[in-house]
Design a protein. Structure first.
Length: 748
């Protein structure tokens, strides 16, 4: 490799990554201390071992919460291509099916291979493939870091990612978010390499950059961000080297546009929805994906909060408390010491921008994020590279051997905790909280833990090995119930002669006939986790992380509540009461029985009994929406309007999407002849998209009580609805109400 003249930046790499590891390190920076063969050898050995390790570890991982949705869509994608587009399911978005918005190329490839080869353990194959994606993210982070500061820094980067429990956990089974992280860091690497080699254009780098861009976009529409990266970095690099690149500007611009356009084309041909309309449909995807975003209750800072209204700092805080302290401190060192490395400021800019900007974008757009920070996992490899550079800079801060030993020892000690956590808690190591959070002891009941339901596998395997029929078993097979039936069906697919599965919700588990139940603590009230009410007394097995249960197996002790539910469904309330009372005698913490009795006594107009049973329930869960609502209704029946209204307000504060409390509060206000107060509660129902016929009639009656005639009452109501749907981004609904208003005004 020839050296460039002083006016040109030296080419730090002129070959593909796999070729790079076979050449001498000839960077433009002084890297005498770490460009030796030992660190290069360590880099190679660590890379090879990490590939083997990740693939092996992935085989014992559970199925993630989203896998079956994307597996089934991959099947539709296969049918689309195999039928030459005649089966268009994969390319048609419906109200209930938004998966055509995803390119999900890795899922599609995994399905293709498992289908052609008829692989029975297809989920394990998917996990192995995803482990390779995780490995690619790791080594490209290492290559990028090595490019900037040498082999030792590259080793630091690989090591930091390997001990990052959250990242490694998602490398086992998250084929949606993790591959985007891989595609992103690959693209960043090739962008930097492409720019470094200018004005020389090397075909190998052009091809790899094009493929990386195509890969990112083919996974999900958010991959378009790499095109933005390319533009920003090119501009910044041009400013940095403008004297050098001025004559080459238009030539480089044409090459860059060609790379982007061809990369986009390759992404489109692998994405059925985009094939139908290569410009309009990706644009529609960008505009409409958020409308289909699922809003979930997530435990954050000790409260069950809806994901679409989580605090702005949800993502940065979750990152801060779940990554190794060594990464955080390395990044801090990098930030402090980067000002001494002015020759490398472009690389620091690249890494900081690709970590900070996407998170900033999530915050300012109030994006609906949940499940920890998995939606932002593609920002993590640049942070790790930056942290590795910080450690490298700290090592080189003083040219003394003892100083290097001190620094490396300190960072080695800081790495012990995440390493021990991963070894002790495999395959659930992604459930990790660092020292800033206080560890699992403080996180339990205050933050979401196994939000992707990895632990269902271990619990299922325990049931398969240990479950037995007893006198409560009502059929030929043992019934295993779970809130997540698709993963459970997969785990039990070879044991259907002995087992059958059923769907339950935890708070309604008494309504279903089951023998064993597998319950993740995701979705359990945080108050119940912290108080020890969960896990319940009939727990026979626990899946634990650092001594805290993240999933349990329950053994049925009594089926009186099932019989009671059957009787209640038939309207035989008195008979149902006796069976529910028997169920409570067996288990005083039977939530299903307590809530059902409260409901029955409410229907029987017996408020004293309602209050008695809701009070028992509230001892188990003080923030139970159903219990507080039923109690408020009973108090309203007793003419205790002030107390009832306070409970309604409490329910709304705890769960602002619980519409019955708005309706009850409005009725209380109407009884008090407070029309304005009633109107505000009814408007609250509109704000949470629970508008129904009853709400409409009540609001119309209120507006007519204000003195409006029927037509103007409708106009006022439709104006409210038009404004609401405008704010919600539902242009179609807003337009419909706007047109209705115009029609009524024109008929005057």
């Amino acid at each position: 490799m020839k050296k460039n003249n002083s006016k040109q930046p030296k080419n730090l790499i002129n070959t593909l990554p796999e070729e790079e590891i076979n050449i001498l390190d000839n960077s433009s920076f002084n890297r005498t201390d770490n460009s030796n063969k030992i660190w290069k050898l360590i880099f190679l050995i660590l890379s090879a071992l990490s590939l083997i390790l990740l693939i092996l570890l992935s085989q014992s991982a559970g199925i993630s919460g989203d896998e079956f949705y994307h597996y089934e869509h991959a099947e539709n994608v296969y049918k689309y291509y195999s039928s030459f587009g005649n089966d268009s399911t994969a390319a048609v978005v419906t109200e209930k099916y938004n998966l055509p918005y995803y390119g999900q190329s890795v899922d599609n490839f995994a399905y293709l291979v498992t289908h052609i080869l008829s692989i029975d353990n297809y989920m394990e194959f998917r996990h192995g493939l995803n482990a390779i994606m995780g490995w690619l993210a790791i080594i490209f982070t290492g290559f990028l870091t090595k490019k900037i500061s040498g082999w030792r820094a590259g080793v630091f980067a690989i090591f930091l990612l390997l001990i990052s429990s959250s990242f490694i956990g998602h490398s086992f089974n998250n084929l949606k978010d993790l591959p985007l992280a891989t595609a992103t860091i690959m693209t960043i690497y090739f962008i930097v390499t492409f720019l470094e080699q200018l004005p020389k254009i090397k075909w190998s780098i052009v091809i790899m950059l094009t493929l990386s861009i195509a890969f990112a976009i083919s996974i999900r529409i958010g991959g378009l961000i790499v095109i933005g990266y390319f533009a920003v970095f090119a501009i910044v690099y041009y400013i940095w080297r403008q004297n050098f690149l001025k004559k080459e500007f238009f030539r480089v611009l044409l090459w860059s546009l060609g790379i982007v356009l061809f990369g986009y084309f390759l992404a489109v041909v692998s994405w059925p929805f985009a094939i139908k309309s290569p410009i309009d449909n990706p644009k529609e995807t960008l505009e409409n994906m958020t409308k289909f975003a699922i809003s979930l209750r997530q435990i954050f800072e000790g409260q069950a909060q809806w994901s679409d209204v989580l605090p702005w700092y949800y993502t940065p805080k979750f990152i801060l408390i779940t990554i190794p302290m060594v990464v955080i401190l390395g990044a801090l060192a990098g930030f402090v010491l980067m000002f001494k490395n002015k020759k490398q400021w472009f690389y620091y800019f690249v890494l900081l921008f690709t970590f900070i900007f996407p998170i900033f974008w999530i915050i300012i757009n109030k994006s609906n994020v949940y499940g920890g920070w998995r939606h932002a996992i593609f920002t993590y490899p640049p942070l790790v590279a930056f942290s590795a550079l910080g450690i490298e800079s700290l090592v080189k801060a003083y040219d003394k051997k003892y100083w290097k030993i001190i620094v490396l020892s300190a960072f080695g000690i800081l790495s012990i905790n995440p390493i021990i956590h991963s070894i002790r808690n495999h395959p659930h190591q992604y459930v990790y909280f660092n020292e800033l959070s206080g560890g699992m002891d403080k996180a339990y009941g205050n933050y979401e833990l196994d939000y992707y339901f990895h632990s269902l596998r271990e619990a299922s395997e325990w049931v398969i090995a240990n479950a037995k029929k007893d006198e409560l078993t009502t059929g030929d097979k043992i019934v295993v119930a779970c809130w997540h039936p698709k993963p459970i069906n997969y785990y039990f697919r070879h044991d259907t002669a002995k087992f059958t599965t059923a769907f339950i919700r935890y708070n309604e588990k008494g309504d279903v006939d089951w023998d064993y139940a597998i319950i993740c603590n995701t979705g359990i009230a945080p108050e119940q986790l912290r108080s020890g009410v969960f896990p319940p007394k009939n727990t026979v097995y626990k899946v634990e992380v650092d001594g805290k249960p993240i999933c349990v197996v329950l053994k049925r002790q009594d089926k009186s509540d099932v019989k009671a539910f059957e009787l209640k469904s038939k309207g035989q309330l008195d008979e149902a009461i006796s069976f529910y009372l028997k169920a409570i005698k067996v288990d005083p913490q039977n939530e299903t029985a307590l809530i059902s009795l409260s409901e029955i006594y409410l229907r029987k107009n017996l408020p004293d009994s309602v209050i008695m049973f809701t009070n028992q329930m509230l001892k188990l869960n003080p923030n139970s929406e159903n219990a507080n609502y039923f109690k408020a209704y009973a108090l309203f029946m007793q003419n205790k309007e002030k107390e009832a209204l306070l409970l309604c307000d409490k329910v709304i504060k705890d769960n602002f999407k619980y519409s019955p409390s708005y309706s009850l509060a409005a009725n209380i206000k109407l009884k008090q002849q407070d029309l304005y107060g009633a109107e505000e509660y009814l408007k609250g129902i509109i704000s949470i998209d629970r508008f129904d016929e009853q709400t409409m009639q009540q609001l119309l009656a209120i507006y007519q009580a204000y003195g409006l005639d029927q037509k103007n009452a409708y106009i006022k109501l439709y104006s409210l609805l038009e404004e609401h749907y405008k704010k919600a981004g539902n242009k179609k609904a807003a337009q419909e109400y706007g047109d209705a208003i115009k029609q009524m005004l024109s008929n005057r």
